[in-house]
Ligand binder design. Sequence first.
Ligand SMILES: [Zn+2]
Length: 171
Amino acid sequence: MALREIIKLPDKRLRLVSDLVKAIDGDVRALVDDMFEAMYDAPGVGLAAIQLGVPKRIVTVDTAKKDEPKQPQVFINPAIVWTSEETAIYEEGCLSIPEYYEEVERPSQVKVKFLDLAGKTQEVEADGLLATVLQHESDHSNGILFIDHISKLKRDRVLKKFAKAAKRADE
Ligand SMILES: [Zn+2]
């Protein structure tokens, strides 16, 4: 199957609220395969289905380091059911906002409920990078981008830059 393109700012679909997955069928499984392919190709540590233009609540993650074996993880209908009071700051980036990185403060630990590919309910308690990635990707399913967590001044600057670049590409 052909590699699917990751949509980028200022694509309006990034602001859609994604739908719950009702049945884990062949279409969902094929979409998950496409998501991993696009995520590994980029490369990135996480991807939400909306980043392939599909408004479904599906997230793929692999936080393994380059020299470690792959650790592909799928989260269907992820829901953050608990966050710690303690926060952590990570420099985040986004495959839909290429080559832009900024520090974001989020809860350092989260509990996430989700369905696995077999349709079984699972719960994971995450900290470190995985906690940040799960929050970043869950945000995507709600039309929220990491730049929404930075100052308005910085956000406006990024939005302007990407709007300009898109306009140039159209000309
Ligand atoms: Zn992202």
